[in-house]
Design a protein around this ligand. Structure first.
Ligand SMILES: [Cu+2]
Length: 168
């Protein structure tokens, strides 16, 4: 599309921060598309595991600017876990977060939808949450962590629960 009317500019990326809007790829700007309305690309990250290991699986996420992601955070362990990355939080426009009930033998049910900027999510044992977002600027962040402390006084991050997020 070659015309750049007011409507087109407004639709480019609602509610994105100024820095984010500037970081949009030129082709995304030219098309004046609503990036928040595309079909989401699903990513699943497990927080901890059934053996009690404090890990993110996978612990490396590769994302693309301008793609809508549904990041599904699933906790199969017996401890609560955080998904915290300031680098990611500062680089995305959040469409929503969802609380999802995953009962064995039944289809997943959305229990709540939260709108607005998200900084981090905590997921309780046996449950899942979804973070729907569009990365608006590139970056390489090795700050994915979980700050919960174990009885030994060390955080889950210190026990190995850390990861890296690359936005290209
Ligand atoms: Cu944790």
């Amino acid at each position: 599309m070659t015309d750049h009317n007011e409507t087109g500019r407004r639709l480019a990326l609602p509610a994105a921060g100024a820095a984010g809007a500037l970081a949009l790829a030129p082709e995304a700007r030219a098309q004046s598309v609503d990036l928040s309305r595309q079909a989401p690309t699903d990513l699943v990250v497990e927080l901890g595991d059934a053996t009690g290991a404090h890990v993110f699986r996978p612990d490396l996420l590769r994302l693309r600017v301008g793609t809508l992601y549904r990041l599904i955070l699933r906790n199969p362990s017996r401890a609560p876990h955080y998904f915290t990355s300031d680098g990611l939080a500062n680089s995305v426009w959040t469409r929503k977060a969802q609380v999802v009930a995953e009962i064995p033998g039944a289809p997943p049910r959305v229990m709540a939808e939260i709108k607005g900027a998200i900084r981090e999510l905590e997921v309780y044992p046996g449950f899942a949450a979804e973070w729907w977002f569009v990365p608006v600027q590139a970056g390489d962040f090795d700050d994915l962590r979980c700050g919960i402390r174990d009885p030994d006084g060390r955080s889950h991050t210190e026990h190995g629960m850390r990861g890296r997020i690359i936005i290209e």
